[in-house]
Design a protein around this ligand. Sequence first.
Ligand code: C2E
Ligand code: MG
Ligand code: MG
Ligand code: MG
Length: 284
Amino acid sequence: WAKVDGKNRWACYDPERNAREIARITLSAAMPAALERGEFYVEYQPIVRLSDGALLGAEALVRWAHPEFGRLGPDRFIGLAEETGLIVPLGRWVLATACAQAAEWAAHAARTGGPQPSISVNLAARQLVEPGLVDDVDQILRAVGLPPASLQLELTESAIMGTTGEPLGALHKLVDLGIRIAIDDFGTGYSNLAYLRHLPVHALKIAGSFVEGLRADEPDSVDAQIVRALVSLAHTLKLDVVAEGVETRDQADRLTALGCDSAQGWLYAKPGPPEEINRWMDQH
Ligand code: C2E
Ligand code: MG
Ligand code: MG
Ligand code: MG
């Protein structure tokens, strides 16, 4: 215990908490130079159609190859990047990288005659309030020659639900360009269903936490009933449903039975380098 300012106020000195705070600040401060040096990279995870396992698209997931701490997942740094605003240039870089990659897949599909996978990119709430977003997206698509319909932007439920005014205008402009919007981690936030009806949205992604509880021997578990309700809600609103975090065949079968359209998860593939999507395109 230490006396803070000579008055009757005391602060608890917790060395572990202190170390975590220092690590946070260190990471946060290192991010701009890391972006300059090219320490961030993107992995891609297939999104497949449940009925036949066909490749529909891929989600871009950012990682940081930190010179000292090794590979860091987005849960370690996206929140920090949102706090400092670095998410704006970092998010723009992810978007440009992923769209360039998707344009390459489109060219590959044109050569081989296969279907062209779409690309899903996560968008932070902070990016949606940035005035330059719509122009950035438009410019990136033109620069790499990717049709807007091949791009899906994912916003979490909490990011999209509070959206009004200019950011909502930006969302409508993105949709006017021909881009698709998905609500990520659906079911974990506080959705205003009346409001959802009026949002320009094309797909719901059911959070992995609901998928986790699906079992073949418990067809009417609470999780199964929640997923059934979410699928029904989505279809009523004419939205596609993607299930996240599908790890077992059992879960995939349950999801198919519950009417879910598509899925993503370790059962099909972990996030990996872009070449793995090329292999998927050639094999399936
Ligand atoms: P998300 O968008 O919901 O992405 C799905 C997460 O589930 C990813 O975690 C993915 O690796 C993980 N996952 C995929 N299949 C399975 C599975 O079968 N089981 C389990 N347990 N997990 C699975 P990841 O890559 O750690 O990303 C975490 C979150 O970070 C993402 O959640 C997204 O919200 C955020 N994120 C990732 N990349 C970006 C980005 O470029 N920009 C922004 N703003 N956020 C990003
Ligand atoms: Mg996502
Ligand atoms: Mg998600
Ligand atoms: Mg998530």
